[in-house]
Design a protein around this ligand. Structure first.
Ligand SMILES: *[C@@H]1O[C@H](CO)[C@@H](O)[C@H](O)[C@H]1NC(C)=O
Ligand SMILES: *[C@@H]1O[C@H](CO)[C@@H](O)[C@H](O)[C@H]1NC(C)=O
Ligand SMILES: *[C@@H]1O[C@H](CO)[C@@H](O)[C@H](O)[C@H]1NC(C)=O
Ligand SMILES: *[C@@H]1O[C@H](CO)[C@@H](O)[C@H](O)[C@H]1NC(C)=O
Ligand SMILES: *[C@@H]1O[C@H](CO)[C@@H](O)[C@H](O)[C@H]1NC(C)=O
Ligand SMILES: *[C@@H]1O[C@H](CO)[C@@H](O)[C@H](O)[C@H]1NC(C)=O
Length: 540
């Protein structure tokens, strides 16, 4: 954190080109700084050099040149050349193209009879531009999620304790990724999670510090806070996709950001674009004036309860609810489950399943008003969303009345309703774009690694992983999604700046404010029904 700030200050003092060589195994982030104009020079670096470098790397030639060296050499050689080419552009101008041609495509023939370490004999490092962008607010929960270890740090002993329910242990050592598998996860959750971390390492070469972590791919948090309240022992640090108020599990982006092969949901970057396009096709006013939900009702009682609000002949709660038949849909190639085509209603219901639900981001992205049934679980970004600003809260113990009121309110206050819908989808489009998902992962892992009190080791049974080792052996859609979500080149910039922890009081104020708004809406709702019932009685 301090480092980032110092860096930002120093940028302003820099006059001439400056490149610090990337420290190949530097655990600290942002130990590498490049001045903007150098990046500009790097553009001029003939792509041929680099792509041929990569093709030799991935074919038989064992030339061990690292990207870092290329950068430095190239920058020197091009220093004179630069004035020539840029004399009618300002040298401070942002580069239009990326400086590197990373190995952009999988070379599956190259992995034959080889291991990742023969395929990638050197770890790559690169130079980065400073980044003045402060990360979105939800990054602050990184500090909260790691708070149980702030005092004591993370010892090897407690990491080993987290193994009990873990599906795998992931190790980053000197920029390489190793995995020791313990159990098979549901579907390809583990595979795509590991893939995602590997892409992070590719995106920020040399920046992801050495670490060991345990990951549990199941739905519900298991590290119960009450078992560790005595402070005698820190809880085992266990990474998973969601947490709740009563647990210390560390939340991490779920697999679907890189694709959900089993149900044909493409990597997030692409889905996000599709939804953006889809939103343009049908304007809010022209959408069905009801609340839509489609999903698997059998994973949780609360979903079964929701189905009672489906419109029947006698009663219309303004809800249009559909059970997803995965077997039928898989036979039809998932044409009906394309999330980008589901933004045709003004209101969309989000309801948890057995844990948090992956559907959340797809629902919020729709430009429709998200009717959020009071959640128990949280993923890594939902905690910063505000009721009435990003979504409309729905009671979990009286869903039908709550939904009916929300829809009636929105169909009268169309302007305000649209604004809520738009704020929700803007949040998703802007603050949950893939760049920030990677930056979140980076900061979480970086802060976590700072807490480690032991030297991360590659365990005996672990295998090294590289893109070829994972994607080339995958089946159809798995391979396709991995190819699509592979980081094609290193970032030009360091990650955004991590905001500081909440002040002791501000978190309480934040939750208090949220609760007040929810109470206010519940009061509107109660009044609405009171008036309506009176109305019905007087007109009977
Ligand atoms: C990088 O360059 C330096 C000198 O320019 C050289 O000594 C070193 O061996 C090079 N490293 C690699 C990995 O090529
Ligand atoms: C400057 O640019 C011209 C063409 O635009 C090129 O022929 C010449 O070699 C360049 N000079 C230097 C010093 O690179
Ligand atoms: C740069 O400026 C010189 C004259 O100052 C001109 O001859 C040359 O064509 C310019 N180069 C480019 C790429 O515009
Ligand atoms: C740069 O120079 C080229 C020709 O050398 C010219 O077409 C272009 O408009 C110039 N750009 C600017 C921003 O002056
Ligand atoms: C890999 O090994 C198999 C048998 O061990 C051999 O048939 C094949 O030609 C090898 N492939 C390469 C690219 O060397
Ligand atoms: C809800 O009602 C609609 C319309 O009557 C119907 O098509 C749909 O199947 C119902 N949903 C469930 C889960 O029964």
């Amino acid at each position: 954190m301090k480092r980032f700030i110092q860096q930002q200050r120093s940028k302003k003092q820099l006059e001439g080109p400056l490149v610090k060589k990337g420290q190949a195994h530097a655990p600290a982030p942002a130990s590498v700084v490049a001045y903007t104009s150098i990046l500009f020079l790097l553009i001029l670096l003939t792509t041929a050099t680099i792509s041929s470098l990569w093709s030799t790397l991935s074919s038989t030639n064992n030339k061990t040149t690292s990207i870092a060296n290329q950068t430095i050499v190239a920058a020197d050689a091009l220093a004179k050349h630069s004035n020539n080419e840029t004399n009618n552009t300002t040298s401070r101008e942002k580069p239009k193209k990326r400086p590197f041609q990373f190995q952009a495509t999988l070379n599956c023939r190259s992995i034959e009879n080889k291991t990742c370490s023969t395929l990638y004999p050197k770890t790559t490092t690169t130079t980065f531009e400073v980044n003045e962008d402060v990360c979105p607010k939800y990054f602050r929960w990184i500090h909260e999620d790691l708070r149980p270890w702030k005092g004591s740090g993370v010892s090897r002993d407690i990491v080993e304790r987290a193994k009990k329910t873990a599906h795998f242990r992931l190790v980053v050592k000197k920029g390489r990724v190793y995995v020791e598998k313990y159990r098979k996860s549901i579907q390809t959750r583990d595979v795509f999670t590991i893939w995602g971390i590997m892409q992070l390492v590719r995106r920020y070469p040399g920046m992801v510090p050495d670490l060991e972590l345990m990951f549990d791919c199941d739905d519900q948090p298991v590290i119960l806070a009450r078992h560790y309240s005595s402070n005698l022992m820190a809880p085992p640090p266990l990474f998973r996709y969601c947490g709740d108020r009563w647990s210390h599990d560390i939340v991490f982006p779920d697999w679907s950001f890189w694709g959900w092969a089993e149900i044909n949901i493409r990597p997030w970057e692409h889905v996000l674009k599709d939804i953006k396009e889809g939103n343009k096709r049908i304007k809010w006013n022209d959408r069905e004036p009801f609340a839509y939900w489609k999903g698997n009702p059998f994973v949780a009682d609360t979903r079964q309860d929701l189905l009672k609000c489906n419109a029947s002949n006698e009663l219309d709660w303004n809800a249009r609810l559909f059970a997803q038949d995965w077997i039928q849909e898989s036979q039809q190639g998932f044409k009906q489950s394309n999330v980008a085509n589901q933004c045709t209603y003004r209101y969309k219901i989000y309801i948890e399943g057995f844990g948090w639900s992956v559907s959340e981001k797809y629902i919020l992205a729709c430009d429709s008003v998200t009717l959020l049934v009071k959640p128990r679980f949280h993923d890594f970004f939902i905690r910063s969303l505000q009721p009435l600003q990003h979504y409309w809260p729905i009671r979990d113990n009286d869903k039908c009345h709550s939904i009916k009121h929300a829809v009636d309110w929105g169909n009268i206050h169309m302007q305000q309703a649209q604004e809520i819908g738009r704020a929700g989808s803007n949040f998703i489009q802007e603050e949950l774009k893939m760049d920030y998902v990677y930056d979140y992962m980076f900061h979480l892992l970086n802060e976590y690694a700072k807490l480690l009190k032991f030297e991360p080791m590659v365990p005996e049974g672990a295998v090294e992983l590289c893109p070829e080792a994972m994607a080339c052996t995958g089946s159809g859609l798995e391979k396709e999604f991995m190819t699509e979500s592979m980081v094609k080149e290193p970032s030009t910039k360091v990650p955004c700046t991590l905001p500081p922890p909440f002040e002791p009081n501000s978190l309480r104020i934040f939750y208090g404010k949220k609760l007040n708004i929810i109470r206010r809406i519940e009061k509107w709702e109660d009044n609405y029904w009171k008036n309506r019932n009176q109305h019905l009685h007087t007109h009977r």
